[in-house]
Design a protein around this ligand. Sequence first.
Ligand code: PA5
Length: 458
Amino acid sequence: MKRVPSLTFDFKNMMTDQIGPVHGMGEEECARAFPLLDDVYRTFRESRNKGNLAFLDLPYQPTEKIKALAKKVQGRFENFVLLGIGGSALGPIAIQQALHSPYYNLLSKKERGGPRMFFLDNVDPTEVASLLEVLDPSKTAVNVVTKSGGTIETLAQFLIFQKWIYKKVGKEKGAAHFIVTTDPKKGTLREIAQKEGYATLEIPEPVGGRFSVLTPVGLFPAAVSGIDIDLMLQGAADLDQEFQKVPPHENAAVWGAFVHHWAYLIKRRNILVLMPYSEGLVGVAQWFVQLWAESLGKEKDISGKRISVGQTPVVAVGATDQHSQLQLYMEGPVDKTIQFLVVGSFGKDLPFPTVRSDTPIGLLAGHTLGSLLKIEQRAIEASLVESGRPNCKLIVPEINPYYLGALFYFFEFQTAFAGKLYGINPFDQPGVEAGKRIIHKLLKEEGQNRTKETSKRR
Ligand code: PA5
């Protein structure tokens, strides 16, 4: 395997010479950005040196504790259930989808090498109850993931699973079924873990939920399912080293941040459509949606001025959504940039048998499923250019732990850098917190009413 990270960000189809001056960026405009990028990059580096961009140093963390705990779980349990929501679930799901077969849980134990993997990132009673119906509690490990340690959805899932496991194996033996991934010091889940004697893994204090995929949040379930997490971190570390060597105007993630910020600010393109042409990267696209939306969608800038900014990220899957959303993207308002997510080579491929025919089936002769999908992407890219529609692409050589680590790092870097360009804080989420407060208030009020009614009936 080639050990040099080479994620390529290609934005030529956002330039005037490809799509015309109305929607495109001129060469001079691009060149004019260099001093701005230098300036912003300087403050970005200063923030990193002050420890305010802790996620950038995650590639260099020790992994022994994560791997040792993962080995224990592998040896002892047949099922692994991750409980979490938002940044505490999207990253682990993305890793699983990218690096394992979609039918991983149907493989034999020997083929899998680890337990069957399940991810619950909601409190839908039908979904949760249905999972409990098919699993044996005595053979199930539960990884409760929450940075704050107090997210109500995760606590709710936890209570259901704790009762389910304790009922079957008893409280004493049940403790060995739980692994809590949370803040190193504080939070409800940390307190419960200490009291009940659960194994714990730490999410470094300054790293927030949506930037936590390269902490035990993503690394532990990955290791449990047999993924080489050191290789993931190596991919991220090599990209970091590469970024540190080059000036900002040669840094692909800096350009990723700049062109989308420019499209939003100058051309009023409010929507960013991320379109992976690989089922394995759909989870990464969904993870990116949270990262981009929650980090950059802000009412106030860092000085407190009301600016209400943020691009709306959307996932469209190639080729599926060519038959769904694409019509809108080709002919609807030019309020969006399409960013393709493309892989150099697929892990598996299937050639077509040759059928001699003048109908479309004959066109498949000499091709494979992979070459068809690649041609589809190139065709859509070309047709967008023909209609003067802005688009760009991020190319990943192949989907493996190394490049996946690099890809996560790339997008996190790009998002944090875009935060600097917008002049906002990409690491808080006051909107989400406001919702959480109201949920707590309603739970309290309605809980009290229910308790009163129950005691009246008695
Ligand atoms: O990015 C974030 O901070 C949020 O999306 C959180 O991940 C989400 O709200 C869940 O929070 P926690 O991990 O504290 O349970």
